[in-house]
Design a binder for this molecule. Structure first.
Ligand code: SF4
Length: 352
């Protein structure tokens, strides 16, 4: 990866050059609240989502955020300076005034950040950090990386294993190079040899991996996942506006999903219907929102938007995605926008 003068990097996100996308480096000049794809997301609980990178090496056919080399909607990927990210985390935790969990996740895979171990170390050093957890699909995981994350202070890895069958796992991941057997070996190693806990988190895609879910439950129990927290977090496939939708798959109804989980709970004697309390998550003071929906204001364009037809802008120490625009971002220019969404502290603006 080569650094360019304007602070952006250029890289391939995987596959052939056809899939080349620019990586935009988020350094200290950018606020880290307000965007879905990078920085910190505060949903008003004692857990903060920490997002260091939007890159992903896989192209799962059900991906809710259309990540990876086969993405059709993304214009760039973002990668965040980890010192800056840890500093924002510290300040937000201070504002909340209580112990806070750091959940490192991504609209991609957090292990794509080359300094991911350093990020865990920095978060661990913050006194008010309680649990540090991380989500991954595991392609980039190895036993030595797991050792480093363990030493750095990671408390739990949420590992998505959607199928144990080699060819089905490749198909679901949208990647021939995805070797689930390697991921399985690392999962066994984590569960048997490391301090950190392991939670296996398959996405259940009805009609595609129905038979794999009981096998995955058995696998998680066999290897001893869930030392301190539940061993499994089965996720329901949902069709999202910008996500990938596998052909012929209809999302299950919630009632049907829970009914099946209840049956498996009885059969395997394991808790599968999870609540935030199972992870110690509860409501907490939320970082104030500086915008009102419908308000018009001037924002400064600072970089490319994550998705096509978007620009990245800042105002009032927050980032705002300006949507419905065309052409390269007029970086440095002020433009007037109407704030059209403030949901969950993610800010969208439309140009006026
Ligand atoms: S589901 Fe996760 S691992 Fe798969 S493409 Fe999406 S972000 Fe990447």
């Amino acid at each position: 990866m080569k650094r360019r003068k304007n602070g952006t990097y250029s890289t391939k996100t995987g596959g052939s050059s056809k899939f080349r996308r620019r990586v935009f480096y988020i350094d200290r000049a950018f606020p880290l609240l307000g965007h879905i794809a990078f920085g910190i997301i505060d949903r008003g609980t004692n857990l903060l989502q920490v997002r260091p990178s939007s890159l992903c090496p896989l192209s799962c056919i059900f991906c809710s955020v259309d990540a990876g080399p086969l993405s059709r909607t993304r214009a760039v990927e973002y990668m965040v300076n980890i010192e800056h990210l840890a500093e924002w985390f510290r300040q937000i935790v201070e504002y909340k005034g209580e112990k806070v969990q750091a959940h490192i996740d991504a609209a991609g895979d957090p292990l794509t950040h080359p300094k991911i171990v350093g990020l865990v170390e920095k978060l661990r050093k913050i006194k008010a950090t309680s649990v540090i957890s991380m989500e991954t699909h595991g392609l980039l995981l190895s036993t030595s990386l797991a050792d480093k994350l363990d030493d750095a202070g990671l408390d739990r890895l949420n590992l998505s294993i959607d199928a144990l069958d080699l060819s089905l796992a490749k198909r679901l991941a949208g990647a021939n190079y995805y070797n689930i057997m390697r991921v399985v070996e690392v999962a066994k190693y984590i569960a048997s040899s490391l301090k950190m806990d392991l939670l296996i988190a398959p996405v259940w895609v009805p009609g595609l991996n129905d038979e794999e879910i009981p096998r995955i439950i058995e696998f998680a129990l066999e290897i001893g996942a869930g030392k301190h927290w539940p061993p499994l977090g089965i996720q329901k496939y949902e069709a999202h506006k910008y996500g990938r939708k596998p052909e012929g798959v209809k999302p299950m109804r919630w009632s049907e999903f829970y009914r099946k989980l209840e049956i498996w709970e009885q059969e395997y004697g394991v808790k599968l219907i999870l609540k935030p309390e199972d992870f110690g998550i509860r409501k907490a003071k939320r970082v104030p929102c500086p915008f009102k929906k419908g308000e018009t204001l001037r924002v400064r364009v600072v970089g490319p938007g994550w998705l096509k037809n978007e620009w990245l802008a800042v105002a009032r120490n927050r980032v705002v995605s300006v949507v419905g625009v065309e052409g390269p971002p007029p970086v440095g220019r002020g433009i007037r926008v109407e704030i059209i969404s403030v949901k969950d502290g993610i800010y969208l603006g439309a140009p006026l």
